[in-house]
Design a protein around this ligand. Structure first.
Ligand SMILES: [Zn+2]
Length: 249
């Protein structure tokens, strides 16, 4: 069976001297693994088009339980990412995250669009990575069915309080009054009203407006930490590329 789809190369592994195995976040088939024969030949047009972080038009053939890429044409390479090691690690972290939580063998158009937008904004230096990263983290989680319940305090239903706590193990907000009144000991992260608004934005905003918000530096760090902690507890794993990135920030 042959099909053509656009996809982003999110992982690249060498197989022997000439071939490689790539993981693709594809529009039509979600996350798929595919072999590329002769990929190391630099004269081959497939070589660049199947490199990590290339967005390409791919011709795929299904052979038993493995895919083979017979043709690949580059649509976009985010070369500006190479100007910043932090942006490069962020891009690789988004890929690692996508490989884990995006659908397999099912269409993943929205997830792909989200990550392509994020890579574009970082590559062209149009947004700070501390803005881009929590948008990708929370939105990918929402698309994967892990939408946090952060419209109001999970106990009293208040929409806005001076201090709210985010409970990353539950994906909920609780206001300070309810937390203290109930002698709660659940692991919490303290948020001011603007950080609360920003987290809601990351989860609920229209796709076109997603990356358009601002937050003071310290609050932005807290928002980023919330995204990381939420993913850590929900998926019960950590990400190598995120560890590298955090070592640089
Ligand atoms: Zn409350």
């Amino acid at each position: 069976m042959k099909f053509i789809t656009n996809g982003l190369i999110i992982r690249e592994q060498n197989i022997g001297e000439k071939d490689k195995l790539v993981t693709v976040l594809s529009e039509a088939g979600g996350v798929i693994k595919a072999f590329v024969h002769g990929a190391k030949d630099i004269k081959s047009s497939k070589s660049a088009a199947t490199g990590l972080l290339s967005y390409s038009r791919l011709t795929l053939h299904k052979r038993k339980d493995a895919y083979l890429i017979s043709d690949a044409k580059t649509i976009k390479i985010f070369s500006g990412l190479r100007n910043s090691i932090e942006n490069m690690y962020s891009a690789q972290y988004f890929c690692e995250l996508a490989a884990v939580i995006c659908p397999k063998e099912a269409q993943a158009e929205e997830q792909l669009k989200l990550i392509l937008n994020a890579l574009y904004l970082l590559s062209e230096n149009k947004r700070d990575l501390l803005i881009v990263k929590p948008c990708v983290e929370f939105r990918l989680m929402c698309l994967a069915g892990y939408m946090p319940d952060i419209m109001m305090c999970s106990n009293c239903g208040e929409y806005e309080k001076e201090v709210m706590f985010f409970l990353p193990k539950l994906g909920q907000f609780i206001c300070k009054d309810c937390y203290e009144k109930n002698e709660n000991t659940e692991y919490k992260i303290k948020l001011n009203p603007s950080t609360v608004t920003a987290m809601r934005h990351c989860c609920y905003a229209d796709t076109q407006k997603l990356f358009s918000f601002s937050l003071p530096g310290n609050d932005l760090k807290v928002l980023n930490f919330c995204g990381e902690e939420y993913i850590k507890f929900m998926l019960e794993r950590d990400f190598k590329t995120l560890r590298f990135l955090k070592g640089l920030l």
